[in-house]
Design a protein around this ligand. Sequence first.
Ligand SMILES: [Zn+2]
Length: 112
Amino acid sequence: MTAATSVHCNRAGCANSAPPALSSAQLCLDHFLDEAFVRSDQALTRCREGIPLSKESLEWLLSDALATVKNLEESAEEPCPEQRDRMLELLLILANLHEYVAHHDVHFERPA
Ligand SMILES: [Zn+2]
């Protein structure tokens, strides 16, 4: 078993601890969800408006964020209904994003 080191969320003023799935990101569940919602929303808006988006950002959403939320969903010991709803909502948004990217030409920012 892994040592139970508790990692705290790195957001200013946040006293929550980061769940194991988020210990490397140093974010608590709420802040991770906030971040993922903002980023997926931006990515979808950019896709729809034909604005180039960053490849790293899209990759983060479709691989890291997706894997993390699935992991969280499976490992949540005490899924608070509100957080659970947000996780499911995020999965839905990521699925939409994935679908969109698979069927449209997405413009990426040129590497600097
Ligand atoms: Zn936090």
